[in-house]
Design a protein around this ligand. Structure first.
Ligand SMILES: Nc1ncnc2c1ncn2[C@@H]1O[C@H](COP(=O)(O)OP(=O)(O)OP(=O)(O)O)[C@@H](O)[C@H]1O
Length: 582
């Protein structure tokens, strides 16, 4: 693209990029039509103009422009008056017409306002009737805008005094630095708060315009260091991942709904204050709101969850005709084919872990250092959802990068099998010793033989600097969630039953009934079971999922998975804080 390549200016990076893009993209673009489209797009005048504008603006910004004068409006007015005295010419008429246009006048007026830096709102004069004797009284005036004040008030039932209960971090009151917890409110906009309820005061506040004037008696906290402990620095830097959804409007216990902050499971929250043991102040990380909101503290929320009746959905249910604990991960051999269609019952309890109370998990930013080991990728999902297919797709797409574990078995090696390829063949006695020593993340028994995935087999894949793809039962996740494995948990979810009918016409499920394993097409009943099993898993373990992947179209799902895993390898993301300490 010569037109772009010769682009002037101090920063020619963008020009260079645009000029090389068509040739760089060529190898990915097969059709001639697409190539011609790209060529036309990159040589379009409008694109060149945009780049030029971008460059000019950048150049302009670097020069840090400062106004020459702050009375351009008055100057234009003067020029117009003088021109009117001049002999009429086409140029004079045109200039007069231009200067009289309302949008030119407005532009100059805005210019002057910016040049004068007169953004500060005008505060009304101080009230005249300030009692000089009340030397401990403070008059505070705050400019009102659409933002809430960011403070809550409470009434002392005994004395009737109205005091500031809490100041929301980053809110208007906090930023002013003038109002403090414990300050006693005497008047709002000249109206005495004597005998008033907090709701009445909120009403006065909502009606006031432009500025709010408070008369307060400073509370003990503002007097000196003997006050209550202030929020410590370490608290202001604490981040947590929310493991539950929260809506203050539905919380009967919150002291002030308006001050509450809603969040969703998976949101990262920055904890701004833990001064109150019951109500923390937090902001959603990356959110636009600069003001902190109230959220239930970890301790308080744990107590509430513990007191709550277990939800019926969290109860173990019969979700499948087949036992819900059937294992699959043992089936995909290193060579990428299904070597063993057997099904096993996992001996570890799949009773749901109702003792775990998911509230918040402290997290920290993490970015894999170049050359460092990859995070384990734990795939979970209901039987038949397509975990093996997804693993297989990834393995085929990049066998140097992805790998799977080699299972252990106590069954006798067959002629065509090799130790350490399809399985690690070990004796029943050794298998049982290894079970006893907790060497297996999962194991099961099938037709009198043991099969299992050992922790060492995961370690061995990771040590080869490959991404280990492992499908596990969700209850095993808690044993894997360590700094060593740093599992990235992918929940594979079935699409709607309608879509499964359309996409799974050739899909087969393995039936282990009788002596032989047979495969049979998936039925509506299988689809329904898959959907309800997925629902159950999501309800119970959803707080542990890093990615929810709907396996509708297989290629799209595997593409999405691959892209997500790439991001995890390259980009900074949040992980439990304990994983970043090692
Ligand atoms: N997106 C998809 N579209 C069409 N067919 C699919 C899709 N995903 C999986 N299948 C098919 O569904 C069947 C079950 O898939 P797969 O064996 O990968 O499931 P799984 O989750 O490993 O289940 P299991 O625990 O029963 O082995 C296979 O026949 C597979 O080819």
């Amino acid at each position: 693209m010569p037109a772009l390549a010769t682009g002037p200016g101090p920063d020619t990076g963008l020009y260079e990029l645009l000029s090389v893009l068509p040739s760089q993209l060529q190898m990915y673009v097969k059709s001639a039509d697409d190539r011609s489209f790209l060529h036309t797009m990159f040589s379009a005048r409008s694109l060149h103009s945009l780049v030029k504008i971008h460059e000019k603006l950048q150049h302009y910004e670097e020069r840090c422009p400062a106004p020459v004068l702050d009375s351009a409006g008055a100057l234009a007015q003067g020029v117009s008056e003088e021109l009117q005295m001049k002999p009429v010419s086409a140029d004079v008429t045109e200039l007069l017409k231009l200067l009289s246009k309302p949008h030119v006048k407005s532009l100059l007026s805005v210019h002057d306002t910016v040049a004068q830096k007169s953004y500060d709102p005008q505060l009304p004069p101080l009230p005249d009737d300030i009692d000089d004797d009340e030397d401990s009284v403070k008059i505070i005036r705050l400019v009102k805008n659409k933002e809430p004040l960011g403070a809550t008030i409470k009434k002392d039932e005994k004395t009737g005094a109205i005091t500031i209960a809490r100041i929301m971090k980053g809110g208007a009151a906090d930023r002013s630095g003038l109002i403090h917890i414990g300050d006693e409110l005497k008047e709002v906009n000249g109206i005495s708060v004597d005998g008033k309820q907090p709701e009445d005061i909120i009403q006065i506040l909502s009606q006031s315009e432009a500025a709010i004037t408070f008369k307060v008696v400073p509370g003990p906290e503002t007097d000196g260091p003997a006050s209550e402990p202030k929020v410590t620095q370490q608290h202001t830097k604490m981040y947590v991942k929310a493991l539950f959804d929260y809506d203050p409007d539905e919380d009967k216990a919150i002291p002030c709904k308006e001050a509450g902050m809603a969040f969703k499971k998976g949101d990262v929250l920055r904890i701004m204050s833990q001064e109150d043991a019951t109500w923390w102040q937090a902001k959603v990380e990356g959110g636009a709101n600069p003001r902190a909101g109230l959220i239930p503290s970890k301790h308080f929320q744990e107590r509430r969850f513990a007191l709550r009746q277990p939800s019926p959905i969290a109860q173990p249910q019969k979700i499948s005709r087949k036992p819900s604990t059937l294992r699959r991960s043992f089936r995909l051999s290193k060579r990428g084919k299904k070597t063993n269609k057997s099904m096993y019952e996992c001996k570890k309890s799949e009773q749901y872990d109702t003792a775990d109370v998911p509230t918040y998990e402290e997290v920290a930013p993490y970015c894999r250092a170049p050359g460092a080991r990859y995070r384990l990728v734990a795939l979970i999902g209901p039987t038949g959802v397509g975990l093996n297919e997804l693993k297989r797709k990834l393995l085929i797409s990049d066998p140097q990068h992805f790998s799977v574990t080699i299972p252990h078995t106590s069954r006798v090696k067959r002629n065509q099998e090799s130790d350490g390829v399809e399985y690690h063949f070990i004796s029943k006695h050794l298998f049982e010793t290894d079970i006893h020593n907790n060497k297996f993340i999962e194991y099961g028994e099938y037709k009198g033989n043991y099969y299992g995935t050992s922790l060492d087999s995961i370690r061995s894949v990771i040590a080869k600097n490959k991404v280990c793809l492992l499908d596990v039962q969700p209850h095993s996740l808690k044993h894997l969630r360590t700094a060593e494995f740093k599992p990235f948990v992918v929940f594979v979810k079935p699409p709607s039953i309608q879509r499964m009918r359309e996409t799974r016409k050739n899909a087969k499920t393995i039936s282990g009934k009788g002596d032989k394993d047979t495969s049979k097409p998936l039925t509506d009943e299988d689809f329904e079971e898959m959907i309800s099993a997925a629902q159950l898993m999501e309800n119970q373990y959803g707080h542990l999922f890093d990615l929810v992947l709907v396996n509708d179209d297989l290629s799209s799902a595997s593409g999405e998975l691959k892209r997500a895993l790439r991001r995890v390898e390259m980009e900074t993301h949040w992980v439990p804080v304990s994983w970043t300490h090692s």
